[in-house]
Design a protein around this ligand. Structure first.
Ligand SMILES: Nc1ncnc2c1ncn2[C@@H]1O[C@H](COP(=O)(O)OP(=O)(O)O)[C@@H](O)[C@H]1O
Ligand SMILES: [Mg+2]
Length: 460
């Protein structure tokens, strides 16, 4: 408990919350850290890497940026959230919105159900990423947390306070949007100071916070410029700066990097990872980009058609996709899928592709046996880096060979199936002419078996 007290630095405006919430948050986090294993199927126990490094990173932050130690901690609990847009409510099209793909949202008499059965416990200072294709309900969920959208059903808790009916301005949340939303007639400094001015924060305190945030984001030299004299990346930094000066309990980000070009996006992604270490707040980040989700999130929530598909750490959802959708969405190039049969021979589970029969690894055997999964037609999933070239195996012909530098991506046609194989070059030159014949094998530890009927992972 001695860890706690240095951080409870009391500031007049936050005193009441500061006194109560940090103790509550730390106790809960420690309890959680000592608690059992995380279960990726329900996302129940947290695995926040920041909780573990709490002492050291917080200490570093305190030394570098004294002001940020005042941040109020926040656990966020979403219980069975639901959002129904009434049929007569036209969608407000915002500039910069990605064109919407057709989705299979449920439509009831009440209207379009954009999000349903959304339950998630977010630990204090955890970085959660909501990811899924356009139109799956990510922004709606975020906007319900921010208070910009009414919650049709369910509960939203921040710390120990139910927030369903609390005004957005009183939720101590900051949101960063894809299109920056900066005031064009104000300088960077004024943009960042604006919300604090409205709150009538002391001028010296505003100056301190703006300069600290500018230093963190490396935009000090642009404080006197207007947004139009900044590049896209710099504008997005200002938008983030404007959010962090408010010392929010929770930072919400809705596709903040989507307007940037690929190189800048990679750079800003790394900046957000660093930023997260320095400002130590709870993040909820929305993206349609699985790479962003995998690289940024402590845990990621994969959504489709308004429903959560899986919650887990990046490694968990990559290694144990709950269903075919998650298997195809996470990982690039996409997981190869092929029709196959799950067989049981002498008590051992095997997958039969028609040309090869592979015995599944021990732990997969155990999980299938525990559920007494019967023999059946399945969809077999194998990631491109887990297919290997061999003297014998699934026969195919090279359609396209893409040289990527450290590896070659081979697009292979095998009995009408299109498969991708990543072949490491290991510094040697690798040449696979079009039409050349190859044989593919895979190990029993990397074969994912999905029900053809329900599309669910049969192991779970
Ligand atoms: N104001 C609105 N009125 C009616 N439908 C809406 C409104 N806002 C969003 N929707 C619908 O809700 C679904 C989810 O939208 P959204 O949360 O913006 O998706 P995402 O952010 O995942 O792309 C979409 O199908 C969209 O058309
Ligand atoms: Mg959106």
């Amino acid at each position: 408990m001695h860890l706690i007290f240095p951080y409870v630095k009391i500031n007049a405006s936050y005193s009441a919350l500061c006194m109560a919430t940090p103790l509550y948050g730390v106790q809960r986090s420690i309890k959680r850290r000592n608690k059992g294993r995380y279960d990726w199927r329900c996302g129940s126990v947290e695995t926040c890497r920041n909780v573990k490094s709490f002492g050291s990173s917080r200490g570093r932050c305190l030394r570098r940026h004294g002001d940020y130690s005042q941040r109020i901690m926040a656990e966020v609990r979403l219980v069975n959230l639901k959002k129904v847009y009434p049929n007569n409510e036209p969608k407000k099209k915002k500039k910069g919105d990605a064109p919407e793909k057709k989705t299979n949202l449920q439509i009831t008499d009440e209207g379009v159900v954009a999000v349903q059965e959304f339950s998630l416990d977010i630990a204090d200072k955890e970085f959660i990423v909501l990811v899924g294709p356009s139109g799956c309900g990510k922004s709606t969920t975020l906007r319900m947390i921010a208070g910009l959208e009414d919650i049709s059903d369910g509960e939203l808790w921040i710390g120990d306070k139910k927030m369903n009916d609390v005004e957005p301005k009183d939720r101590n949340i900051a949101m960063v949007f894809q299109n920056y939303a900066l005031y064009p007639h104000m300088t960077v400094y004024e943009n960042m100071a604006f919300s604090l001015k409205l709150k009538k924060v002391d001028k010296a305190e505003i100056d301190k916070r703006v300069r600290e945030a500018a230093e963190i984001l490396d935009i000090t030299q642009y404080l006197d410029r207007k947004p139009k004299a900044l590049s896209g990346g710099q504008r997005q930094r200002v938008a983030i700066g404007r959010a962090i000066v408010r010392n929010p309990q929770v930072m919400l980000m809705d596709e903040p990097l989507s307007n940037l070009d690929a190189k800048l996006r990679n750079q800003m992604r790394a900046e957000i990872i660093k930023l997260r270490e320095r400002i130590n707040t709870t993040f909820i980040y929305v993206t349609h980009d699985q790479t962003e989700a995998m690289t940024l999130g402590d845990r990621i929530v994969i959504m489709k058609d308004g429903f959560i598909q899986q919650i887990g750490t990046p490694q968990e959802v990559f290694d144990h996709p709950a269903n075919l959708f998650v298997a195809g969405f996470i990982g690039t190039p996409q997981m190869n899928m092929m029709d196959a049969k799950l067989l049981k021979k002498d008590g051992k589970y095997m997958v039969d592709t028609g040309s090869i029969c592979v015995e599944l690894a021990e732990e997969k055997q155990a999980r299938l046996a525990a559920k007494n999964v019967p023999e059946q037609d399945i969809v077999l999933g194998v990631r491109p880096d887990h297919l290997m070239l061999c003297a014998d195996g699934i026969k195919g012909k090279v359609d396209v060979s893409e040289m990527m530098g450290s590896s070659v991506h081979l697009h292979i046609n095998a009995d009408g199936r299109d498969l991708i194989v990543i072949v490491p070059t290991n510094g040697a030159s690798a040449h696979f002419p079009m039409g050349s014949e190859v044989n593919l094998i895979f190990g029993g530890n990397v074969a994912h078996v999905f029900s053809k009927e329900t599309e669910k992972n049969l192991e779970w």
